[in-house]
Design a protein around this ligand. Structure first.
Ligand SMILES: Cc1cc2nc3c(=O)[nH]c(=O)nc-3n(C[C@H](O)[C@H](O)[C@H](O)COP(=O)(O)OP(=O)(O)OC[C@H]3O[C@@H](n4cnc5c(N)ncnc54)[C@H](O)[C@@H]3O)c2cc1C
Length: 388
C-alpha cells in the first residue's frame, strides 16, 4: 500500500470530517482527511456552538442526545477538550406553537432527554432580566449549553491521528477519480490520493464535490451572521442559552459577552467565498431583537461580529448516506445546525460504512435519495423551516 492509498478519504476537515475520521480510525480503518485550508476553517470555525437537544424531528433529537453525552464526557471518550459549558437551555415558543412545544418535549422525554415544560413565570425565575409576557410556555433543558467547535474538531482529529489517521491540510480536492461506476480516488492540489470509499464532508462546498461525482443535487448554501455584545454591569451574571422563537433569534453567554444570531435574513445560495463580514443593518437588527427579550441590553456594547457559510439541503435536514458512484458517501447538508450532532453522526456513519447499517441511531432517514424522489423530512409536530 503506497503512502497515498487509504481505506477511506474524507473531503473536508470540519467537525464532521474530524468526527468520522475519529470513529473510523479507532476501529482500525486507514483514513485521510483532505482539507483545502486548515482544520475548522469552514462553518465549524464560525459556529455558535449551541449544544441542545430540542428538535421537532425525532432522529435529529436522538443524534443530539447521543452527541450531548459525548460532549459531557469528552475527556474520557475522546481526550483533550471540547469546551462544553453547561448554561441550561430554554426553547421559547410563540403561543400558537405551544401545542407543538408540548408534543416535542414529550417526544424528547420519551427518548431520554432531560427536559421539561416550564411556564413564563418559571422562565422569569431562571432569568429575571427576560421579558416574558409574549409566551406562556417554554421547554427547559437544564444540562445543555454550548461547546467550542474548533476545540471539538481539533481534539477529534488529534485522537484520530493517535489511531493512525492522516490530516492533509492546504490540500484542495479538484476531481474525483472513478472507474466502472466506482470511486477509486481524488485529484488534489497535493497530488492523487486513492481509496475505495470517499466521503463528502465539505460543508458549504459539498455541492461542488457532488458535481465532481457527476451528481447535480439541489444542495445550496446558507449564510449566517452573528454578533457578540459585552453585557452591562447589571447583567454580568451568565444567562441561559436560548432559542427565542417569538423573536426569530438565539443567544447564549460567553463569559461577560452574549452571542446573538438571527433566524431570518440568512441569504441562501450565495457563493461561500463571498466574505465573512456582516452586512449593513445586521448589528442594528440583532441589538433590537436582543433588547426585546432583555430590555437592559440597551446598555450593552458591541464587541464583534462575523459571518460564515454552511451547506443547506432543501428540507434543512442533513444528507447522510451513499449516493452516485459506488463508494461515494455524503456527510453534509447540515443546514446551520450540524455542529451539536457531529460526534454522533460520525459514530453512526462509521457503523453504516463498516457494519452495513447504523446501530446507535438510525440515520438512514437522512439518506440523500430523498432529494431524487422530491421527499422532504419533517417532524410530527413541526415548527416549520428553521431558517426563513
Ligand atoms: C455562523 C454559524 C453559526 C452556527 N451555529 C451553530 C450552532 O450554534 N449549533 C450547531 O449545532 N450548528 C451551528 N452551525 C452549523 C454548524 O457549524 C455546521 O453545520 C457544522 O460546523 C458543519 O460542519 P462540517 O464539518 O460539515 O462543515 P465545515 O466546518 O464547513 O467543513 C467543511 C470543510 O471542507 C473544506 N473543503 C471544502 N471544499 C474542499 C475541497 N474541494 N477540498 C478539500 N477541502 C474542502 C472546507 O475548507 C471546510 O473546512 C453554525 C454555522 C454557522 C456558519
Amino acid at each position: 500500500m503506497s503512502a497515498t492509498t487509504f481505506d477511506v478519504l474524507i473531503i473536508g476537515g470540519g467537525a464532521h470530517g474530524a468526527s468520522l475520521a475519529f470513529h473510523l480510525s479507532r476501529r482500525g480503518v486507514k483514513v485521510a482527511v483532505l482539507e483545502r485550508r486548515h482544520l475548522a476553517s469552514g462553518a465549524t470555525g464560525r459556529s455558535s456552538g449551541l449544544v441542545r437537544m430540542h428538535y421537532d424531528l425525532e432522529a435529529e433529537a436522538r443524534l443530539a442526545w447521543e452527541a450531548f453525552q459525548w460532549f459531557r464526557d469528552w475527556k474520557e471518550r475522546v481526550g483533550g477538550a471540547c469546551g462544553f459549558t453547561r448554561t441550561g437551555f430554554i426553547q421559547l415558543a410563540p403561543r400558537e406553537k405551544a401545542q407543538a412545544l408540548q408534543a416535542n418535549t414529550q417526544m424528547l422525554q420519551r427518548i431520554g432527554v432531560p427536559t421539561f415544560l416550564i411556564t413564563a413565570e418559571d422562565v422569569k425565575r431562571l432569568a429575571p432580566a427576560f421579558y416574558t409576557d409574549d409566551f406562556d410556555y417554554a421547554a427547559y433543558e437544564p444540562e445543555s449549553g454550548y461547546a467550542d467547535p474548533v476545540l471539538t474538531a481539533s481534539s477529534l482529529m488529534e485522537a484520530a491521528r493517535s489511531h493512525g489517521a492522516a490530516l492533509i491540510q492546504d490540500c484542495q480536492v479538484t476531481a474525483l477519480l472513478t472507474r466502472s461506476g466506482r470511486v477509486y480516488g481524488v485529484q488534489s492540489t497535493k497530488g492523487e490520493f486513492h481509496a475505495p470509499q470517499i466521503v463528502n464532508a465539505a460543508g458549504a462546498w459539498a455541492g461542488q464535490i457532488c458535481q465532481m461525482a457527476g451528481l447535480n443535487l439541489p444542495l445550496s448554501t446558507w449564510r449566517h451572521e452573528v454578533m457578540y455584545v459585552l453585557r452591562p454591569p447589571a447583567l454580568r451574571l451568565p444567562h441561559p442559552t436560548v432559542i427565542d422563537f417569538p423573536n426569530l433569534m438565539y443567544f447564549r453567554p460567553e463569559g461577560q459577552l452574549t452571542l446573538v444570531g438571527l433566524e431570518d435574513g440568512n441569504p441562501q445560495g450565495e457563493d461561500p467565498e463571498s466574505g465573512e463580514h456582516v452586512r449593513p443593518g445586521f448589528v442594528e437588527r440583532a441589538i433590537d431583537r436582543l433588547c426585546r427579550r432583555i430590555p437592559k441590553m440597551e446598555e450593552a456594547h458591541l464587541h464583534s461580529a462575523h459571518a460564515g457559510y454552511d451547506g443547506l439541503s432543501p428540507d434543512q435536514h442533513p444528507l447522510i448516506g451513499p449516493i452516485g458512484p459506488q463508494g461515494f458517501w455524503l456527510d453534509c447538508g447540515f443546514s446551520g445546525t450540524g455542529f451539536k450532532i457531529s460526534p454522533a453522526v460520525g459514530l453512526c456513519l462509521s457503523e453504516w460504512m463498516l457494519d452495513g447499517a447504523p446501530r446507535t441511531v438510525d440515520i438512514t432517514i437522512f439518506h440523500p435519495q430523498r432529494l431524487l424522489e422530491g421527499r422532504r423530512l419533517q417532524g410530527e409536530h413541526p415548527y416549520g423551516d428553521i431558517w426563513l
